[in-house]
Design a protein around this ligand. Structure first.
Ligand SMILES: Nc1ncnc2c1ncn2[C@@H]1O[C@H](COP(=O)(O)OP(=O)(O)OP(=O)(O)O)[C@@H](O)[C@H]1O
Length: 398
């Protein structure tokens, strides 16, 4: 088994404040493997930034250990910590560029600090600017750059000294969606072409969806869920994870939308999950046809999660009640199906009687979709498949 490049072992960071101790990171244990793109997501104050500062030893852990590249940071003297930091690049939400230096001089800065000769610095800077796609901006000052261009400079600067790890702290939070997509694509290249392990701190589940292989969900300093991104999206376990997933997936009708759908479509409404387990919409159509049921897509969408298809479609089913029942049963054999009921047929799914958000409390950008998120882990149905499930990193489920 590959040695982790970053390992937290019961790591805690406690800040002593006038109002009392703050356990910013609270007994966290998990590994990040070399070559991963690993996401850490949580709401404000969850402890994400502190966790990242433990990785580059900007904060010492209060207890437990943080091992980076085989070195236990909690036992190293400051001189060795500087060496460890040199192997870690970092990019920031506000880019942190030096306004008085040109793009090339910003990228050159860490090389100057590391004592690189001038000619080698120039060659390295040219190579880096080319890699991030802003070779034409070498002589420009940061004030003249767009946010996306500034972050490219930040990435080039972070890569200058050939780090093995890149830490990205809310690196797209100041960018518009299109620029965000470009920067995330660049981070993916950093990972795949340069083999650099990327740790992404974010409060945006869309960033996790499109970039990360695995994700740790943090709340109150603890990791409350840790798994493959795809599994967290398809079967989120913790209420915080569910809220994040609901904020990123808009494929399921909210209660308001459902009310309008019912007004427009008197037939039986069902939401059917779609993923890449080989049971696509073609299978869906086939089983409904065999049951003698007509179906129309009335809501939904299929997107990519960790570069794999994922989503759901809400269908209006019409036909004989017995045929519809047969069709729904057939759909359930391979997919998550939520029965949204009809005017003439009582709801089959008792969870539909639960008011929206009563268990999860809604999301910052709107309430969680109704029907409720999938709560069963793979093992049956469309979301089965038995891929290796890693338990929550620190074994806690606060
Ligand atoms: N230097 C400090 N002194 C005292 N408390 C701190 C310090 N740094 C962070 N905290 C507290 O630790 C907790 C976690 O903060 P942290 O910045 O790590 O969270 P975060 O998830 O990164 O939040 P945000 O997304 O808002 O940056 C918060 O309660 C914060 O107030």
């Amino acid at each position: 088994m590959t040695e982790p490049i970053i390992a937290f072992r019961e790591a805690s960071k406690v800040f002593t404040a006038r109002s009392g101790d703050v356990r910013a990171v609270d007994g966290v244990s998990f590994d990040i493997s070399p070559g991963e793109i690993f996401g850490v997501i949580g709401y404000s104050g969850a402890g994400k930034s502190t966790l990242v500062r433990l990785i580059n030893a900007l904060e010492p852990a209060t207890s437990g250990s943080v091992v980076v590249d085989g070195l236990d940071l909690t036992t190293l003297p400051e001189s060795r910590l500087r060496q460890v930091r040199a192997g870690i690049g970092m990019i920031f939400q506000q880019f942190n560029l030096l306004g008085s230096r040109s793009v090339a001089k910003n990228v050159s800065y860490p090389l100057e600090v590391a004592g690189w000769p001038k000619a080698e610095r120039a060659a390295r800077v040219a190579e880096l600017l080319d890699f991030v796609g802003i070779a034409d901006k070498a002589g420009v000052y940061p004030a003249k750059l767009s946010g996306g261009q500034k972050q490219r400079v930040g990435i080039a600067r972070a890569l200058a000294t050939n780090p093995r790890i890149l830490l990205a702290d809310e690196c797209t939070s100041a960018l518009d969606p299109e620029t965000t997509a470009d920067v995330l694509a660049l981070l993916r290249r950093v990972n795949t072409e340069l083999g650099i392990t990327v740790v992404v701190i974010t409060h945006e589940m869309d960033v996790v969806r499109s970039l990360c292989d695995r994700v740790a969900v943090m709340e109150h300093g603890r990791v409350v869920e840790l798994d493959d991104t795809y599994r967290v999206f398809s079967t989120p376990q913790h209420p915080v994870s569910r809220r994040f997933v609901a904020s990123a997936l808009k494929d399921r009708p909210t209660a308001d939308v459902l009310e309008r759908l019912r007004g427009r479509h008197p037939g039986r409404l069902v939401t059917v999950g779609v993923d890449d387990a080989g049971h696509s919409t073609a299978t869906m159509n086939e089983v409904l046809r065999e049951a003698g049921v007509d179906s129309t897509v009335v809501f939904g969408g299929i997107t990519e999660v960790a570069q794999r298809p994922y989503g759901s479609l809400t269908l209006e089913l019409t036909g004989q009640p017995a045929s519809i029942q047969q069709g729904v049963t057939a759909l359930r054999a391979f997919s998550d199906v939520v029965d949204l009921g009809t005017a003439s047929d009582p709801h089959e799914d008792p969870s539909m009687a639960t008011p929206r958000g009563s268990s999860d409390g809604g999301t910052p950008d709107g309430p969680p979709a109704m029907p409720p998120p999938r709560t069963r882990r793979p093992g049956s149905g469309l979301f089965g498949g038995g891929s290796s499930h890693l338990p929550i990193g620190d074994g806690r489920t606060s």
